[in-house]
Structures are given as C-alpha cells and as structure tokens.
Design a protein around this ligand. Structure first.
Ligand code: ATP
Ligand code: MG
Length: 300
C-alpha cells in the first residue's frame, strides 16, 4: 500500500497485512514526522437524488345538464386557483356558447372544430392566458361538430383521442361543457377521469345532479370516472338553499365537496373585466373558496 507523508509528501511502500490494525501511527523516515494512517474500509455513500413524484394528471369534466349552475365559472376559477398553486392547467372550452373563451378575452379563435377538420394542430390552438394557465378556445363553428360527427364511428371518443398527445404538457385539464347531453358532454365524460357536478341550492337543480350522476354511473363501467357534487352560488340567508344543501349532504355523503362556493357579486364583476376572481379580488369570499376547492381536490 502507498502511504504519503502528510508533511513532506514523500511516498512509501508499506505492507499493511502484518500490522493487524486499521488505524495506526507511522513515522516518516525522511522528515521524522509522525502521522496517523487509517485503512479501515470506508462506508460507501450513495448519492441520493430527489424523488420527483409524478404529478397526478387529471382530466376533469365540469358537467350538469342544468343551465346556469356555475359550470363555466367553476372551470375558470378552479383552473386559475390550481395554476396559482403551481399546476400547469389547460382549460377546454367545450361549449358552443364559448362563454369561457369570452371571459378570457379569446373570441373567434380556432377551436376543437378546426382541429377536427385538420385545419390546425391542437397545440397551435392552445393559448397561454395567464401564468400556468392555458385555454383551448371554442367558437360558433363548434355547433357544426355535433351534426357532422354523430354519424361517425367512435364519435364519443373524439376529445379523448385528440387530447392524447397534449396530456403530457399539463398537470390538470378541465373541460367546460354545455347544459345538454348531446355530443359535447359524452365526449368530455369519455375523456375525463373525474367529474365535478356544480349545483345551486335550488330544489330543481337536484334533478340535474341526479341525471348527470346516472350518466356517470353508466360510463364508469367502461373507464375510471369518479365524481363530486359542488354547491355553488350558496346564499346562507336563503332558507330553501340551506334545506337543499342539507338534503344534498345526506344524499351524496362522501361524494360532495366540503368546500362550498357562496353567491358573490365580486365574481360577476370579475367576469365583466375578463379576469378570474383570484386576480380581480383575491380576498373576496369566492376567491378564497375556489382556492380551498383546489386544495380539497388535491386530497381526493
Ligand atoms: N359564486 C357566484 N356568485 C355569483 N354569481 C355567480 C357565481 N358563480 C356564477 N355566477 C354567475 O351565474 C351565472 C351563470 O354562471 P355560469 O355561466 O358559470 O354557469 P353555467 O353552468 O356555465 O351556465 P351554462 O349552463 O349556460 O353554461 C353567470 O352570470 C355567473 O357570473
Ligand atoms: Mg357555461
């Protein structure tokens, strides 16, 4: 074994096999310096690399056949809250009304329709609308889709297949759907693995939840599809709303978000100036609640 004097750096050959110790002292025959030699086997140190947890990729459809229950508002504001928490979020406006595109100031842009016509690649239609937040817009031509595609084979899988090369770029994809069950909603449900069913605290709205739940149950036989009901536009001063809320909690035990979105006029103002509520007034009740919803979603 080669030993080097740590004072004069002279090299010596030493037969350590007869010493019988792993730690001993030696004297340099050149400079007379005495120093320790440690020949104990070194513990191997393995380099730890940070475990990068693969983000939970989720495709969420926001559905309820009933109109005006805050599907679009939830898509926008939940998406914005997730993006603020660092997730890369794609919102898909899958509604001919194109309300989501309008709120985000993206009207008359190429949509899923042009992608289906092979006029444009899907990635080129996707617009970055805020930090970490993207939008696949809708436009009036989307109304042609239902008629053109219903005759085609596997028309229910069009969105799912189209999203295949896009999925990898985002942590969460949220699809806004129209208040109907034709073409758009089944396509969104076939592409999704999770459904949020927003509902108002009104008696007749409960019927919309039930119908949506029934469709989900049928589709869940062919692919993974979980769901939660979300109470929106809740007004605590309204006794009927309180009664409906209590009924919903009973009926959808374990399937209803504990976060509730209150009726908040700040949210309506935010849409007029084309902003998600968290950018318009982060201290407003609905901004706080949509952020809480984003957190609750992470626990499911
Ligand atoms: N928390 C809230 N507080 C007050 N107003 C709200 C709230 N959420 C939504 N709204 C308002 O309610 C109306 C309907 O909301 P939204 O467009 O999101 O519903 P929708 O379910 O997407 O409707 P549609 O079925 O027509 O697509 C809008 O004017 C919106 O600004
Ligand atoms: Mg809508």
């Amino acid at each position: 074994m080669i030993i080097i004097c740590d004072k004069c750096q002279t090299k010596f050959q030493l037969d350590v096999s007869s010493i019988g110790k792993t730690l001993f002292k030696v004297r340099c025959s050149k400079c007379k310096h005495i120093f320790s030699v440690d020949i104990s086997p070194k513990e191997e140190v393995y380099e730890l690399t940070r475990h990068n947890e693969a983000p939970i990729r989720r495709i969420i459809a926001i559905c309820n056949q009933k109109g005006g229950v805050a599907k679009t508002s939830t898509c926008l504001n939940l998406g914005a809250s997730l993006s603020l928490a660092g997730k890369r979020v794609l919102l898909i406006d899958f509604d001919v009304q194109a309300n989501l595109s309008m709120i985000l100031g993206q009207t008359n842009q190429p949509s899923f329709y042009e992608v289906m016509q092979k006029e444009i690649e899907i990635l080129k239609t996707i617009k970055n609308v805020r930090p970490n937040l993207w939008l696949l817009p809708s436009n009036a031509k989307m109304s042609l889709l239902a008629r053109q595609c219903l005759q085609q084979k596997d028309f229910g899988l069009f969105l799912r297949n189209t999203l295949e090369p896009v999925k990898q770029h985002f942590d969460t994809i949220i699809i806004d759907t129209p208040p109907s069950i034709k073409f758009f909603t089944p396509n969104a449900l076939m592409a999704a693995d999770f459904v949020i069913i927003p509902t108002q605290g009104e008696f007749l709205s409960m019927n919309g939840v039930l119908q949506t739940e029934n469709i989900i149950k049928v589709l869940a036989k062919s692919h993974t599809l979980d769901y939660r009901v979300l109470l929106t536009m809740y007004d605590e001063r309204n006794t009927a709303a309180k009664m409906v809320f209590s009924k919903l909690k009973d009926k959808y035990k374990g399937k209803i978000f504990s976060t509730v979105i209150n009726l908040d006029f700040k949210l309506q103002e935010s849409q007029i100036i084309n902003e998600p509520i968290i950018y318009y007034d982060e201290k407003s009740i609905s901004a706080i609640q949509y952020k809480a919803l984003a957190k609750e979603l992470e626990t499911i």
